[in-house]
Design a protein around this ligand. Structure first.
Ligand SMILES: Nc1ncnc2c1ncn2[C@@H]1O[C@H](COP(=O)(O)OP(=O)(O)OP(=O)(O)O)[C@@H](O)[C@H]1O
Length: 294
């Protein structure tokens, strides 16, 4: 019945059935593949026909009916709706792509920063994990250029001289610093950046980056769990262990300076990694995006 009504209307309406109408109407076929930016989308002038159409008074505008959806093909419906709306439908994304993020992962010694990052690296290939420069000796299994850039103390200090580091610190007698160039290069390519720093480093980065970066604090479920993890790692002398435990006690007070806290419970590394992933996803969906500039 609707179909009959539409076609009888079309037949009775000179504007709908006339060759002129069809010429104008078919000229509204839009190139749906041409992308435009969100600003263009809202500020661009309508196509010429639409511009003159929208200037017409109501009595001048051609009268026509939109066919019932079940009686017309999708392209026909699209053209009729575009004509009725007075502008074409854009297929460019409504939201611009999210800004590249800088994600700072921190926490006390032995909490599992490296373990979380190692796992995150496997599940999120699009992230760029900044390789920190350090003057500390290589631990068993660590690879130069992958886990850290292992440099001598002299080399490290000359990097500081040349202002090549975003942040650096003397951590338990060894220098650790973040090369700026890597961050710039990968952000320019649209990658999110992950920085792994101790709590002292995170505080310095907060001063430099403010709220333009996301700060995540990793904790163990309890102090006992953290100490056991450090003992099991067998990488520290007894004196070094004591220093790290005392420092961890102080550092936990700084958790309130971070944006998120993630518990890395014993045997629950996967849960911690999933939570970090969820934080990244939520940050990507934020309306007010962070914008980090190095
Ligand atoms: N969820 C977990 N459950 C059990 N063991 C873990 C967990 N996370 C990490 N570990 C282990 O705890 C030890 C310390 O982890 P890791 O070296 O990653 O800590 P870190 O925070 O990077 O330490 P540092 O700052 O001293 O380098 C490692 O032996 C690691 O395998």
């Amino acid at each position: 019945m609707f179909r009959r009504l539409y076609f009888s209307l079309a037949r009775s309406s000179p504007t709908l059935s006339s060759p002129i109408f069809h010429h104008q109407y078919t000229s509204l076929i839009i190139n749906h593949s041409k992308p435009t930016s969100i600003t263009e989308r809202f500020t661009s002038t309508p196509p010429r026909f639409f511009a003159s159409y929208t200037k017409m008074s109501d009595s001048q505008k051609p009268k026509f009916t939109i066919p019932p959806p079940d009686k017309a093909s999708k392209p026909e419906m699209l053209r009729a709706l575009e004509f009725s709306m007075g502008s074409s439908f854009s297929n460019s994304p409504i939201c611009p792509p999210p800004n590249p993020l800088i994600i700072v992962i921190s926490g006390p010694s032995g909490v599992g920063k490296d373990a979380v990052i190692k796992k995150l690296r496997q599940v999120r290939e699009s992230l760029h994990f900044v390789v920190t420069a350090t003057s500390r000796p290589t631990r068993e299994g660590e690879v130069d250029g992958k886990d850290y850039y292992f440099v001598s103390e002299e080399e490290f200090l000359s990097m500081v001289e040349r202002n090549e580091l975003l942040e650096y610190a003397l951590v338990y007698g060894d220098y650790k610093g973040i090369p700026k160039r890597q961050i710039r290069e990968f952000m320019a390519k649209g990658h999110d950046i992950v920085l792994r720093v101790d709590v002292q480093g995170a505080e310095t980065l907060r001063k430099i980056l403010g709220t333009s970066a996301v700060f995540i604090y990793l904790v163990a479920e309890s102090e006992l769990e953290l100490v056991e993890r450090l003992i099991d790692r067998k990488t520290e002398t007894s004196e070094a262990l004591l220093v790290r435990i005392a420092t961890a006690r102080e550092e936990v007070k700084h958790v309130r300076d971070f944006d998120y806290v993630v518990v890395n419970g014993e045997g629950k590394l996967d849960n911690a990694v999933k939570l970090v992933e969820s934080i990244i996803d939520a940050e990507k969906a934020k309306v007010q995006q962070r914008r980090a500039v190095i």
